[in-house]
Write a protein that binds this ligand. Sequence first.
Ligand code: MN
Ligand code: MN
Length: 472
Amino acid sequence: MKKTKAPKKSEFAYERKNFWKDAPVAEQKDAMEYAIAYKEFLNQAKTEREVTAWTEKLLKKHKFVDIHKKAGAKKVYSIFREKTMAIAILGSEPLSEGFNMVAAHIDSPRIDLKQNPLYEDGNTKMACMRTHYYGGIKKYQWVSTPLALHGVIVKQDGSVLNISIGEKDDEPVFIIPDLLPHLAAKEQYSKNLSDAIDASKLNLVFSGMVEPSGEEKEAAKAFALKALNTVYGITEADFLSAELQLVPAIKSRDAGLDSSMVVGYGQDDRVCAYTGITALLANQDQKPKRSMIVYLSDKEEVGSQGATGAHSVFIQDFVSDLMAYNNEDNNSANLRKAFINSYILSADVTAAMDPNYPNVHEKENAVILNFGIGVSKFTGSRGKYGCNDADAEFAAKVLKLFTEAGVFWQTGELGKVDEGGGGTIAYILANLGARVIDCGVGIMGMHSLYELSSKADIYSTYKGYKAFLVNK
Ligand code: MN
Ligand code: MN
């Protein structure tokens, strides 16, 4: 029988490359090593406040200074309301000529405590906590799973208590119990997945002991209040102003037989925050023409509004402060020029092809794990509603830059047309006239407690941001 040769692909065709097949062995090793500190970051910074505190500590180690505290430095940062921040390394050109920015967000979907959370459940005589979820969660994922309580309580005397219960091995965790399958027929199985667990049934079992005196009307609640007062010196009224958040009490870890992946909570979007921060630090010894900025925004998961969301004036004020700091005229026309001349990567995760649900993606236009940083020219839903759509000139510039830097990259959109969709902070910065394109790590199980990412893509994203920040 005659042997037939496999058909050859056209030399003019485009094909994305698999990092584990085509990357040099040394780079594959770098990718595996890079993930070690990344996993530690995920464990230590599970809320936006914790990310800003963690980042400030790291920046101080690298001799960055608070822009409002010291003049004359080239490496500066600013933190606003403890929840959002921007970091910059000043270049030799004036900022009005434009800067290079990587913009990520540091809030993640979670479950907050209500302002008046504590109650004694009449049926079980146990102390429970009422909750209010934050961002786009699938409620069924948050029941019967260990949760840790993070946040701050500001007491009436002005003192601030940082709370973290459930992260250390010897600390208790919290549970929102799910209904047993034996009794779930009417209550859950007959309903749509989205309705099966009502938001009002996401109450936390807080404690079980009771005040022994027998005089208290609600002995379990009384016990919880007394315990809280003993340990933290707080009263029930202190909850009314507090910010307390329930996050998965799990550690991020390697995933897969080959340990080539990372599984952990909050990778949307702390993977892009971390790769952005470390990319900037890796460029510290460069003498860039354009200033390099990393922006970490808050409230992305709920629409980016408010003082710390990307819609706020914070980032414009930061650039304005940078101009003044750099002895440039920061009048409003100059500030607008700075944004208009800027290049920005909207650094956010995207949905990667899922082996169980390939039908919600369109294969040739979806990001696949292990093929590098995912670039999305546009976002939005249906007929590109609500999108940022990067212009072809800028998209070509970014892809060329990645190719020249040896970065593994691919393009993809979030799901098949009309399947759903989503947005990022890209359009908010593009509204200021900046050239903005979305690019970040592809994730499986986004917004779940165990988001899955590839070390190949995390490292490629870091490398891509690093090359982008120093580009001319
Ligand atoms: Mn995101
Ligand atoms: Mn998200």
